[in-house]
Design a protein around this ligand. Structure first.
Ligand SMILES: Cc1ncc(COP(=O)(O)O)c(C=O)c1O
Length: 386
């Protein structure tokens, strides 16, 4: 009795692993991308104030104007993107709320959507929901898992409508260089392709190059939709708040659709988001510097394990080691590691075919947990080579 679209949107493979361990407090969980920090106090306080001050009713479908204005300031300051608060920005239920709406308003049945593989699982699902045809752009280990324009160019057809960019990338931590971003922008202009920039990890950068945001390139402004999330940057995954900036015709269509789907994101979370983007940013700096240390720790530890090959990821809070030397499918390896060591990882193939041969470990967990996981993996994995 279920409608056809249920069949072609797959269930998340990450959740499959996560659900397996839900009642197992004994395991060392490195699966979900949730920072282990708490939402900063001044953001929580802004939410409490919002309740007390009566910001508890429906808002504009694009979000409160003062919240949008605060986000416009943030975009100018951090991303060099200019936006009109009245027509070019909307508040959404997390980055996810924006990603799905953007696909629904841009993609027609049969349109091809280029997306990164390995990549965030919902990019594929959203293109399918919009009845588009997802087309994989492989991210390669030898390119540090950054996207490369030549790999996109090979896959462009007359049906290509949209390109999804995600740098830093989930699950690999790969960062696309500014040189490639410029080449990709040129390709999109030449072939009339729209760009959906998933900036969920915009702040989690450990390379020296300051990122170039596609939405800040003047010629790209009328074909770029950029998606921002408060989830990771301010440890607000449960608040479900994000924002989306783009040309007024696209944002207008998304706001109209949002009205019919969830009306708007929660009023209280919107006010908290305003406090997050316009308040002190030292909480973000402290979190990033902790993640940088953990990244170094986990990369060093993993590369010392016989059979593993890994380079330090340029961003996000995931590491994506090559485990192909063990000769076991990544899903089976995850199960073996869980059974033998109690460390919970995610199989690379959960993020697309090009993820086979890799594992994802999230290091947004305590240093103690990382150290314990490394020592258990070091004791077990080399035995698979004997
Ligand atoms: C690449 C990427 N985009 C978007 C999201 C969605 O984030 P949220 O909806 O919590 O803002 C995630 C969450 O893990 C992600 O990894």
């Amino acid at each position: 009795m279920l409608a056809e679209r249920n069949r072609y949107v797959p269930a998340s493979e990450i959740r499959k692993i996560f659900n397996m361990i839900i009642d197992r407090p004994d395991v060392l969980d490195m699966t979900l991308g949730v920072p282990d920090f708490d939402t900063p106090d001044h953001i929580k306080q802004a939410a409490k104030d919002a309740i007390d001050q009566g910001f508890t009713r429906y808002t504009h479908n694009a979000g409160y104007m003062d919240v949008r204005e605060a986000f416009v300031d943030k975009l100018r300051r951090d991303n060099q993107i200019d936006a009109d608060p009245a027509s070019e920005i909307m508040m959404t239920a997390g980055g996810m709320g924006a990603l799905v709406l953007a696909n629904l308003v841009l993609v027609n049945p049969g349109d091809e959507v280029l997306y990164p593989d390995p990549g965030f699982v919902s990019h594929f699902a959203h293109a399918r929901l919009a009845q588009g045809d997802p087309v994989v752009v492989p991210l390669k280990k030898e390119n540090g898992f950054g996207m490369v324009a030549a790999d996109i160019e090979e896959r462009i057809t007359e049906n290509t409508k949209l390109l999804v960019l995600n740098s830093p990338n989930n699950p690999t931590g790969g960062v696309t260089s500014n040189k490639e971003i410029k080449r990709i922008a040129d390709l999109c202009l030449e072939h009339d392709i729209y760009v959906l920039c998933d900036e969920a990890y915009e702040k989690f950068i450990y390379v020296d190059e300051k990122p170039l945001f596609v939405g800040s390139i003047p010629e790209m402004k009328d074909r770029t939709v950029s998606i921002f999330s408060l989830s990771k940057t301010y440890a607000m995954t449960g608040w479900r708040i994000g924002a989306c900036v783009g040309p007024s015709d696209i944002i207008g269509a998304m706001v109209k659709l949002q009205e019919h789907i969830l009306a708007m994101p929660t009023s209280i979370a919107q006010k908290a988001a305003k406090a997050a983007v316009s308040g002190p940013q030292d909480c973000v700096d402290a979190m990033i510097s902790t993640f940088r240390k953990r990244r170094d720790l986990i990369t060093r530890g993993l590369s010392a394990i016989e059979g593993i090959e890994v380079n330090p990821p340029g961003g996000a809070f995931y590491v994506f080691p090559d485990v192909s030397a063990y000769g076991i499918k990544s899903y089976d390896l995850v199960l073996k590691i869980l059974e033998e060591t109690g460390v919970v990882t995610v199989h690379g193939s959960a993020f697309g075919d090009h993820g086979e041969g890799f594992l994802r470990l999230c290091y947004a967990v305590s240093t103690e947990r990382i150290e314990e996981a490394l020592s258990r993996l070091d004791r077990y994995l080399p035995t698979l080579l004997k």
